[in-house]
Write a protein that binds this ligand. Structure first.
Ligand SMILES: C[S@@+](CC[C@H](N)C(=O)[O-])C[C@H]1O[C@@H](n2cnc3c(N)ncnc32)[C@H](O)[C@@H]1O
Length: 307
């Protein structure tokens, strides 16, 4: 039984969201898997159960919610609080760059800040008209590959992951977005199966959590695959390998866009002479870098020595 059963009389969407947000606050949930606040998390759950897209909910705030829906909302809220599972796993859905994706525990919950820069087509760093081939390395649910396919409608996108389980989820999403002709999924340990292939844009949100840091993360993260999060002692194992091998896989004028979260400072410190361009997100974060093929080539020895 829910600890705070809802009154099963007619309540408006706004009232249900507000009560749920207070309940989440009291439970001290951790956010960051698609939402940043209790209010947003509550709105997402209510919108999902009522089948209202997140951007439309605001226009329906004064509508009544029928008791049977309140019951479903209560049950999901209770599970969220009890298990600390990210909401996306309970709803089997996450939103990324304005589009919905199927998700379950085989992939991390899409939340990459790179989504913003994909929507901007990486302007002004590349001429979007010349983008014909894109690689998403460590594709997980396929969200970045699919967002790139939408952003660059003439491009072919390769989506690689070492995890067979993740690729199975990505396959569902490629089908859902009807992009089977332009998004190709591949099993590959980073660039290993991509020999001699070159791309105009490589995007990657690789695992970047330091081994010791994993133990300090809130319970929500333990529901995600460790392979998607942890990358060696300092969190930089995967990205250093990517930096060393990327020049072999970029076209002339191509770009690498990589997300490294909390490890951004450690990465810049490891390579002080590399002019990483840290892209600023709308929230002011600077954890996504961009490097041109030329700069990667120039600093290749440093990356190879560190790998
Ligand atoms: C942080 S998740 C990112 C998933 C997705 N791109 C996103 O933004 O939601 C990292 C992904 O890299 C994959 N991965 C980990 N090690 C890898 C490797 N050596 N080669 C290829 N993919 C790898 C994981 O399976 C996981 O799906």
């Amino acid at each position: 039984m829910p600890r705070h059963p809802a009154r099963h009389t007619s309540r408006t969407v706004a009232e249900v969201v507000h009560a749920l947000a207070r309940r989440f606050q009291r439970a001290k949930l951790h956010y960051g898997h698609g939402t940043e606040t209790a209010q947003d998390e509550a709105a997402w759950l209510v919108g999902h159960v009522l089948r209202i897209a997140p951007n439309r909910l605001v226009r329906r705030l004064d509508k009544p919610v029928i008791p049977s829906r309140i019951k479903i909302i209560d049950a999901l809220a209770e599970e969220r609080i009890k298990t600390r599972k990210p909401m996306a796993y309970l709803l089997k859905e996450a939103w990324f760059a304005g589009r919905p994706y199927y998700v379950d525990e085989r992939v991390i919950v899409p939340r990459s800040l790179t989504g913003e820069f994909i929507l901007e087509r990486f302007q002004p760093w590349i001429d979007s008209k010349r983008v014909q081939r894109v690689l998403d390395l460590g594709t997980g649910s396929g969200c970045m590959a699919i967002a790139c396919a939408h952003a660059f409608p003439k491009a072919r996108v390769q989506a690689a992951d070492v995890s067979v389980e993740a690729l199975a989820v990505a396959r569902l999403n490629v089908k859902r977005h009807r992009l089977g002709r332009r998004v190709q999924l591949m099993r590959s340990d980073l660039f290993q199966a991509l020999k001699r292939k070159r791309y105009d844009v490589i995007v990657t949100n690789p695992p970047y959590v330091a081994h010791a840091e994993m133990k300090t993360l809130p319970r929500e993260y333990r529901h995600e695959p460790e392979l998607a999060l942890v990358s060696g002692r300092d969190g930089l194992d995967a990205i250093v390998r990517i930096l060393a091998e990327a020049p072999e896989h970029l076209t002339f004028g191509g770009i690498l866009v990589g997300e490294v979260g909390n490890s951004a400072k450690a990465l810049q410190k490891k390579f002080p002479s590399v002019p990483f361009i840290w892209l600023t997100s709308s929230t002011g974060d600077e954890s996504v870098f961009l490097l041109t093929a030329e700069e990667l080539q120039r600093h290749r020895d440093a990356f190879t020595r560190a790998g």
